[in-house]
Design a protein around this ligand. Sequence first.
Ligand SMILES: Cc1cc2nc3c(=O)[nH]c(=O)nc-3n(C[C@H](O)[C@H](O)[C@H](O)COP(=O)(O)OP(=O)(O)OC[C@H]3O[C@@H](n4cnc5c(N)ncnc54)[C@H](O)[C@@H]3O)c2cc1C
Length: 443
Amino acid sequence: MVGAGLSGCLMAVLLARRGCRVRVFERRSDPRSRAADHGRSINLGLSRRGMTALRAAGLLDEVLAHAAPMRGRVVHLPDGGLGFQPYGTSDDQILRSVLRNDLNTVLLDAAEAMPGVRFEFDAKLTAMDKSKATVECLFQTAGGVRRVLSETVIGSDGAFSTVRAQMHRGEPADYHQEFLPWGYKELSIEAGPPDERRTDPEALHVWPADGGLIVAHPNADRSLTGTIFLPLAGPDSFETLRTTEAVSSLLADRFPDLHRLVPDVVEQFLSQPVGHLVTVRTAPWHHDDRVVLLGDACHAVYPFYGQGMNSAFEDCVTLDGCLDRNPDDWAAAFAEYQAIRKPNTDVLADLSAENFIELRDRLASPLFLARKNADLALNRILGNRWVPLYTMISHTTTPYADALRRSRRQNTTLAWLAGAAATGTAAAGAVLLRNLARRVKGK
Ligand SMILES: Cc1cc2nc3c(=O)[nH]c(=O)nc-3n(C[C@H](O)[C@H](O)[C@H](O)COP(=O)(O)OP(=O)(O)OC[C@H]3O[C@@H](n4cnc5c(N)ncnc54)[C@H](O)[C@@H]3O)c2cc1C
């Protein structure tokens, strides 16, 4: 396994459970022996898919012990007002926020405790040859280049995967990488007084603004970790905002309550590095029974639906299920895994890009809110026969592509309903409501 990040560690646990000997090589130092990384998202929203995968590996309770619940979004409006949008219609429809480092530590400890699993840190894959009888990997380590032979190599080495690049060498492979012209920086927001809604520790916080966006997750100690997204170049961008005056004036203008909540926000802004956001679509995800990719290595997405890690965890349990069904034919297992997952993660890439526009431009719009409220109201009335897209993505394990198809059907019906309401015809409304119940029943 190359990469001891989130998917690599979970997959190591699942493989060890089926009796495999697993060696995990990681280019960084052991995260348990150093401070958490800066410049990367340091807390993540765990939703139903991720929790279901962690439960399957017997690790959910331990992860949740480090997590803070998020019951909805607190929206910090550009005029200084505050709004709240619940995540769902029932108490179990909540997300959990967890520090990346805490999560990685739980997963590393669990994998390391399994018989047959060994980690090697500070070992960076630099080359891989899949043409030999056993796959040959070369790792750069402090002691020089190490040569390792393995029957199978799993690439869980993230969006800029070396395993993927080496596996695709000489093959007719597809690879599409798209950078968002926006980047991000992290901001730490101290815990506020207990009754301060502006730092509510049980919600995700969003500051939608013209040409900017901040999203902040709560931590178990009631502080928030924020991520400010801005264009990389052009006016009011990371490229141009380089002085205290420029940063201070932009933040005061776009995010009016931020200075009060984060007195040193300008210093933080100027001292943090800029992170980049990338979408990756690629195929194939495997080479025979010898190499296979997991998580961001095969489907990195923008973080705006909070699904990158969740879908990476879903990959692990899906692959584990494929190995169950094809115990003696790993090439077939890998092919089945790609066939199940790729159409869904392609849809997730689109949804994640669309959600950027939703968070940035629509969250403060009354029309958008009315649409969201109508969706939730219909879900309350019709239960499982009407499930908003956000609910299907975040609070169920419905495959992403099925969720999108069903949501499109619901939207068409909602448009009919709106038409009936506009014409004010009660009879038409009744017929449409009956149709609605029929159309969405059981789908
Ligand atoms: C700003 C931001 C916010 C996010 N928020 C969320 C969220 O709220 N919810 C969510 O579900 N997802 C979120 N994500 C996405 C999430 O972080 C990723 O999808 C997830 O980390 C993918 O897991 P992975 O195991 O595939 O890769 P990673 O966790 O990136 O792990 C890859 C590992 O491989 C190692 N590696 C790389 N190259 C090599 C090499 N050559 N040799 C050896 N080791 C190597 C790396 O050091 C790393 O440890 C967010 C992402 C960003 C950028």
